[in-house]
Design a protein around this ligand. Structure first.
Ligand code: O2Y
Ligand code: MN
Length: 583
């Protein structure tokens, strides 16, 4: 690796003075380096080799198991720029707090400098980042999740300015302090400075809190960049759908958590002639090209997927992806293999649960944590799209917004125009499951599935979406979907999973003007979808494909109240005017 660029090496020196590590390692992102890091993690007893080739097992501290939204801040100069749905801190006040936390926080540890690229190597839409961390677990995960090392350094050498993130687990090894397998701190802060494009993360070593390329850079900081530069950074999967004639269209889709995003991204079609290929499962960066079409790249290079619920029945491609060279965190151990709820019908004997204790298979306790994860390279995935690395990205013809609603929302509905499509995104909401915090059935509004990830004011974000429509642009068609409609007996009406291919095929044909639609003021509904070979009765099909217009009018009113209460008069007038027409 070449000498570090001057301002970057000054910054690293500054962080070194602050954090006082024992040593500094500049990562080159090579396979040899990764293998060395893994050997060190195994040698220290932090990682356990599994019988799956190249796979390793990690167990976190039980107090550090998920993203910490309450400790996540947007530190813009003006509070209104963070908006009512983000925690805000005045930048100087947050910097003062951070300097105190980071002072000496890496004592006795190594400071790793990780240069990484978000997006394909040759894409002008890709961006560089530097993560400075004291966690080797972060290093090996970043190796899988990003393009780490040379690709990023080359760009920095050519003058590209990286987004710099400082991360510490927040447990200095001062004299007499013994290290633990998963160091962390009870005090956690994940702070974003959108105006200076900086990230500081303290106290957690887990997932989105610590792998700074993901939610912190690719969504919170990137959404702010995208607003300034006229593009979109979205919490969306990207898929390519091919029909039996070999014609292909790309879709991007936003879903709140626990609504089947990875399952749709990795869908294995059972419909003759139809195929789905995956460009990305979580994040899309999208920009209009000179030809007026919207192009998307996946900034990530791997999947950080939820393990529980994943099986050969629900997601065979995910199971294939994690057969080799994957990392597993907080799942259960089954001898020298892994196990989680939903992987098999029967719970194996002699499991060790995610906390390292013997699992009583007859108890109500879960053996794996509900947020247990696998980390795997996208290139391991059998349905990875051949254009994942395309410099120009893939052309998006359809955008899908999906929620989880037991009633009201139909299986699929198409917006008449971009404004209505933007309203579909802004209205996204999800009913909580029994497993989630809060009362089951309780609704959480999650506009664009971006509530935890928007780096600025959500009202401005809606305005940014509306501003995307310009003369000469070929706007993608926008759809709303709901796989989770229930009948009076509280049973899911639609089978979901691979059967969602039928809905994708309807959207595909609708874009080509090949389907008959029922027009309503709220959107266009299918007159029919392909149900050949599907075990669903006429009444249920009708229920899931139609809407009650009276209920939809009340829903428009509810949305107006929610928008007005949350955003006051800062939401674009167009949204409320359009909704008012419909109530
Ligand atoms: O960071 C975590 O612990 C889980 S959050 C996450 C991870 C991967 C993809 N998406 C999410 C999310 O919360 O949307
Ligand atoms: Mn996500």
């Amino acid at each position: 690796m070449k000498e570090l660029e001057v301002s970057l090496s000054k910054k690293i020196d500054e962080f070194k003075q602050l954090c006082k590590p024992e040593s500094v390692v500049i990562c080159d992102g090579s396979k040899g380096e990764y293998d060395g890091f893994i050997r060190e993690l195994v040698g220290n007893g932090i990682a356990k080799p599994l019988k799956r080739k190249g796979c390793y097992y990690f167990r976190s501290d039980p107090k550090d198991v998920a993203r910490v939204e309450s400790c996540t801040f947007i530190c813009s100069k003006k509070e209104e720029d963070a908006g009512p749905t983000n925690n805000w801190s005045e930048p100087m006040a947050m910097k003062t707090r951070l300097m105190a936390l980071f002072e000496g926080c890496m004592k006795g540890r190594t400071m790793y400098v990780i240069p990484y690229l978000m997006g394909p190597e040759s894409s002008p839409m890709s961006k560089v980042g530097i993560e400075i961390t004291d966690s080797l677990y972060v290093c090996v995960n970043m190796y899988i999740m990003t393009r780490m090392g040379k690709a990023a350094m080359d760009r920095i050498d050519r003058g590209e300015k990286p987004v710099i993130g400082l991360h510490s687990v927040g447990m200095p090894l001062s004299e007499g302090i013994k290290d633990v397998a998963w160091p962390c701190n009870d005090e956690k802060v994940i702070a974003h400075f959108p105006e200076t494009r900086e990230i500081f993360s303290f106290g957690s070593g887990y997932g989105g809190n610590a792998l700074l390329g993901k939610k912190c850079f690719a969504l919170r900081i990137a959404s702010s960049m995208a607003k300034d530069e006229g593009w979109l950074a979205e919490h969306m999967l990207i898929i390519g759908v091919t029909n039996p004639e070999g014609k292909k269209k790309y879709f991007a889709a936003a879903f709140p958590s626990a609504c089947g995003k990875t399952n749709l991204a990795l869908l294995k079609s059972q419909m003759p002639g139809w195929k789905v290929e995956c460009v990305g499962d979580d994040i899309a960066w999208m920009k209009f090209g000179d030809d007026g079409r919207l192009y998307a790249i996946n900034p990530e290079n791997g999947f950080f997927g939820v393990a529980p619920g994943t099986s050969y029945d629900t997601n065979p491609y995910a199971m294939e992806t994690i057969k080799e060279d994957a990392l597993f965190t907080n799942v259960a151990l089954n001898g020298d293999d892994v196990w989680w709820e939903g992987m098999s019908k029967d719970v194996p004997d002699n499991l060790i649960n995610w906390k390292g204790e013997r699992h009583d298979k007859f108890s109500k306790e879960k053996a794996s944590h509900p947020n247990a994860r696998f980390t795997a390279k996208a290139s391991n995935c059998p349905n990875i799209d051949p254009n994942m690395e395309a410099a120009e990205g893939v052309p998006i013809e359809g955008i899908i917004f999906g929620g989880r609603r037991a009633s009201l929302a139909p299986l699929v509905m198409e917006a008449k125009d971009w404004t209505m499509g933007t309203i579909y995104g802004a209205s996204l909401c999800s009913e909580k499951t029994a497993a989630a915090e809060g009362k089951a059935g309780e609704m959480r509004q999650d506009p664009f599935a971006m509530i935890p990830f928007c780096g600025y004011n959500m009202a401005d974000y809606v305005a940014h979406w509306l501003s995307m429509e310009k003369t000469g642009r070929k706007m993608p068609k926008v759809f709303t979907v709901n796989w989770f409609r229930k009948n009076k007996a509280d049973e899911f009406i639609w089978p979901g999973f691979s059967e969602n291919m039928r809905v994708l095929s309807w959207m595909f044909d609708s874009i080509d003007g090949k389907v008959e639609k029922l027009e309503t003021p709220f959107g266009s509904l299918p007159v029919a979808i392909n149900t050949k070979g599907l075990n669903i009765d006429e009444k249920s099909l009708k229920e899931v494909l139609t809407i009650d217009q009276k209920d939809y009018k009340s829903e428009s009113k509810r949305l107006i109240d929610y928008f007005t209460m949350t955003y006051g008069d800062s939401l674009p007038d167009e949204v409320l005017t359009r909704l008012s027409k419909n109530n």
